[in-house]
Design a protein around this ligand. Structure first.
Ligand SMILES: Cc1cc2nc3c(=O)[nH]c(=O)nc-3n(C[C@H](O)[C@H](O)[C@H](O)COP(=O)(O)OP(=O)(O)OC[C@H]3O[C@@H](n4cnc5c(N)ncnc54)[C@H](O)[C@@H]3O)c2cc1C
Length: 463
């Protein structure tokens, strides 16, 4: 079926559709097909933007009955471009923007197309928050279904550890609720299993009291990376849960509030978020600062949590080239520190970066088989991200990223955080779900036996 005929049949076969269709011949097509990573350049045959969950059900049924390749887009941030596809049908959930905060119940209901900045702004008004990621333009849908690592992980757990329920459109078009007391196997699978099981049209998250935090970076010259990373490795696991601090290689952004003399300087550092009494933050950070040389910048200060959650947005706008790899890490032996120091210092562009995100603290209160997220014994999630605005640097950032990954992978736990993977093959997906893969494949066979939802880090149905 050509794109024009597809649009006509979608219009007739989805009665009452209240959303919008965009095809290759429409004026808005170029904007509608763009995703965050400009390295991804896919041409869907049809983009359907539903107005509500009923529309989503209609589109899913239409895709299934016409045997169409189906991609589901939340915030469009996926590095591998899993929110779009060539020649198939894309469901763009951006119109599902409901946000209802219930301060009394300490819960928020969020539409499947929201971004985290929208959620943080609404919950922040009440001094409340649920754990999410570090860039506010990231979609709630993809981040949540893959797990969710961020500034509050050590105090409050992963995003999935705070998911209370979700409304899901299944491959049949049926709309169900997934929660501990309803479809518990589905609820287990969507907490880490990605978009494999259906389209989540809304989520309900637990909220925590988080008002003013102490956040921001401490930077040291990249030449001091061996000393700083060794001290960080020894310090972080024993730090109080209120203190999150991810280690990073980066270049100082060439803009205020960073001092001119540091602009574009390669550094290593820690990005802090102390989510306890601000008066206790300095004491919590002190052991690391005492064990390391004088930093070139110590920028941790009091701010509302949403300010930290969006602090890096200007450094990483949509439309840049991205290539990244990831791994879970249980420990960082000296040989790994040395490899980090060498490859971290070789970042090919100023936006390229490496992060070690803590996944301990409250994330370790949940067992490895309690949700689909298998690596509950990992200490960090590492990510090697090559980023640049210029497409002619695409090969350079990809090469650096893969070299870095290859050098550190022998020191990893074996699998990666699925939300920070590229298209790396089935073996790698299985390694990333570890011991949970078999159960996930069975649940997939139950809910999506034809693998309609396969534009993702795919779990193949196995009855
Ligand atoms: C700049 C940047 C910063 C990031 N920072 C973090 C971070 O701090 N912490 C972290 O954990 N991750 C982070 N990520 C990774 C992020 O979690 C993934 O890229 C995630 O896939 C993004 O979700 P999305 O909805 O924006 O993506 P999309 O590209 O829209 O979708 C990604 C996948 O999720 C599926 N999906 C999305 N929404 C739904 C839904 N409602 N129902 C069913 N399936 C759905 C899609 O089908 C697709 O397979 C970051 C990514 C980027 C690019």
């Amino acid at each position: 079926m050509n794109a024009h005929a597809l649009m006509q049949s979608a219009r007739t076969e989805i009665p009452g559709f209240a959303g919008r269709f965009t095809g290759p011949e429409d004026a808005g097509y170029e904007d509608a097909r763009a995703v965050y990573n400009a390295m991804i350049d896919r041409q869907p045959a049809l983009i359907a933007a539903p107005a509500d969950a009923g529309d989503v059900a209609g589109i899913v049924s239409f895709a299934a009955s016409n045997d169409l390749l189906l991609a589901v887009r939340g915030g469009g941030h996926n590095g591998a471009g899993l929110g779009t596809c060539d020649d198939g049908l894309v469901i763009d959930l951006a119109g599902l923007k409901e946000i209802a905060v219930d301060p009394g119940a300490r819960a928020v209901r969020v539409g499947g197309g929201c971004t985290w900045g929208e959620v943080d702004a609404a919950t922040g008004e009440h001094g409340l928050a649920t754990p999410s990621g570090i860039i506010s333009t990231t979609g709630v849908g993809g981040l949540t279904l893959g797990g969710g690592i961020g500034h509050l992980t050590r105090r409050c757990g992963l995003t999935i550890d705070n998911l209370l329920e979700a409304d899901v459109v299944l491959a049949t078009g049926e709309r169900v609720r997934a929660a501990a007391d309803e479809n518990p196997d589905l609820f287990w699978a969507i907490r880490g299993g990605g978009g494999n099981f259906g389209v989540a049209t809304s989520f309900v998250f637990r909220l925590h009291e988080v008002g003013t935090i102490v956040g921001g970076p401490t930077f040291w010259p990249v030449e001091q990376a061996t000393e700083v990373l060794t001290a960080y490795r020894d310090f972080l696991p024993g730090a109080p849960r209120e203190l999150n601090g991810f280690f990073a290689f980066a270049s100082v952004p060439p803009a205020p509030p960073f001092p001119d003399e540091l602009h574009l300087r390669k550094v290593c550092g820690v990005v802090w978020c102390y989510a306890g009494d601000p008066a206790d933050a300095a004491e919590a950070m002190a052991p690391l600062l005492e064990a390391t040389p004088e930093p070139v910048l110590h920028g941790a200060h009091e701010m509302p949590l949403p300010a930290l959650q969006s602090a890096f947005d200007p450094v990483y706008p949509a439309g840049d080239q991205w290539y990244w790899r990831a791994d879970f890490v249980r420990e960082i032996p000296d040989a790994a520190v040395e490899a980090h120091a060498e490859l971290g210092a070789a970042m090919p562009t100023w936006q390229s970066t490496m992060h070690l995100y803590p996944v301990d603290g409250a994330a370790h209160d949940v067992g490895p088989t309690d949700t689909a997220w298998a690596y509950r014994d990992a200490q960090w999630g590492s990510v090697f991200a090559g980023v640049d605005k210029d497409p002619s640097n695409a090969d350079a950032i990809r090469r650096w990223c893969i070299d870095y990954f290859d050098a550190l992978h022998p020191h990893s736990a074996g699998g990666a955080y699925v939300n920070m993977m590229m298209d790396e093959g089935q073996e790698r997906v299985e390694a990333s779900y570890g011991a949970n893969y078999g159960r996930l494949a069975k649940i997939k066979a139950q809910y999506d036996p034809t693998n309609l939802f396969r534009v993702n880090q795919n779990i193949e149905p196995r009855p």
